[in-house]
Design a protein around this ligand. Structure first.
Ligand SMILES: *Cc1c(COP(=O)(O)O)cnc(C)c1O
Length: 367
């Protein structure tokens, strides 16, 4: 059986270091907002080339807290609108509605799966305050166009980097390409903890100061609460695990890119459309997503041949029960994407034999 993602195999690579880090935290006697979190924040800010990084409890909270801080700063008011891709993972959208802001869905480019800058302007109103762009599946969005539109309309640009740690746009890392960015360290992400975790990166000192309080009950100083904050902290144990894994991130990205490049070169089947990339450093291959009109049969065929194959994602956000207010809307491109996409296993340390088995199977698929 080839698993979709073999986390045991990945974490085995550095299990000694993980165990040492774990023991270091146990022995420290300090478990929340201590030296490991501080050190990881510095190391990750340096990695992303931003002035600041703040650890939080998960990726959803990272995005939610950025928007919440803009509300506290008076840059946004409840009821204001935030543009977000219509085909993103639901968490990007939840972060907006959670704050009493209105998600405005904009269709992606069907080839890159990322926000189509040409469609953004038609959705901008007086209430629009930000563009929340998502580097979906690990591929960077066309940031120059998005930043230009944002500048012309005085909008904040927030990056959802949950799937794209380390991806580069014109030599600059994601997390540093807008006004603020949210990362997830959910175990299955390209930089994954051994539990939940997340981070905000930014160069904005005021934003950092507010989020630092918001993540800790709204308090900068113990027992003094400036905001009605929440509890959303990265813990010492996860920070220590992430410090180990950050050291391997570039190597693992290379590995993912090599496998993706092999798939792109060797998969050949009329029934299958390969993912589209215009710049390899801009894609870190969190997911390798194909399009096919024969999805159900490809899914069954792969799984019955012991290759775990999944769909990201089967239901478009506007068709989710959680957003019944959008039930009558149609988003043609998203719907096409949600009907056709299927993801092949791709992860670092996957054996050549496994890669070859997947390629041969896909090439022999007859619908
Ligand atoms: C995983 C993910 C999130 C949420 O991250 P969590 O750590 O699971 O809360 C947000 N956005 C995208 C695009 C994601 O893939």
């Amino acid at each position: 059986m080839i698993k979709f993602l073999d986390l045991k195999k990945i974490n085995e690579q550095y299990q000694e270091e993980l165990k040492e880090a774990c023991a270091r935290v146990i022995d420290s006697g300090f478990y929340i907002l201590g030296q490991e979190v501080k050190a990881f924040e510095n190391e990750f800010a340096q990695y992303c080339n931003t002035n600041y990084c703040l650890g939080v409890a998960n990726g959803l909270d990272a995005l939610t807290l950025i928007l919440r801080a803009y509300l506290e700063m008076g840059i946004m008011q409840k009821g204001d609108e935030v543009i977000v891709p219509s085909n993103t993972y639901i968490a990007s959208i939840l972060a907006i509605s959670e704050n009493g802001l209105v998600p405005v869905l904009v269709e992606p480019n069907i080839d890159t799966f990322n926000l189509n800058p040409k469609l953004i302007e038609a959705s901008i109103t007086e209430k629009t305050k930000a563009i929340l762009t998502v580097h979906l599946y690990g591929q960077v969005t066309g940031m120059d166009e998005i930043n230009l539109i944002a500048k012309q309309h005085n909008l904040k640009v927030i990056e959802d980097c949950a799937q794209a740690h380390g991806a580069c746009y014109k030599g600059r890392k994601v997390g540093s390409l807008g006004d603020a960015a949210g990362f997830s360290f959910y175990p299955g992400k390209n930089l994954g903890a051994l539990g939940d975790g997340g981070a905000v990166t930014t160069n904005d000192p005021e934003l950092v100061q507010i989020i630092e309080a918001l993540r800790n009950y709204g308090s900068h100083e113990k027992y003094k609460n400036k905001y009605k904050g929440i509890n959303s902290r990265l813990d010492e144990m996860q920070a220590a695990m992430l410090r180990v894994k950050l050291g391997y991130l570039n190597r693992e990205i290379k590995d993912r890119q090599n496998i993706a490049s092999k798939y792109l070169n060797e998969i050949e089947n009329q029934l299958i459309e390969l993912p589209c990339v215009d710049n390899f450093s801009a894609h870190v291959w969190h997911l390798f997503v194909l399009k096919t009109s024969h999805r159900e049969s490809l899914l069954n065929y792969m799984n019955s041949n012991s290759v775990q194959t999944l769909i990201h994602y089967p239901i478009a956000p506007h068709n989710q029960l959680a957003y019944q207010e959008w039930k009558a809307r149609t988003f043609h491109i998203s719907e096409k994407i949600h009907d056709k996409v299927i993801s092949l296993p791709l992860y670092p340390y996957m054996s050549l034999e496994q890669q070859n088995k997947i390629i041969t199977l896909v090439n022999n698929f007859h619908g």
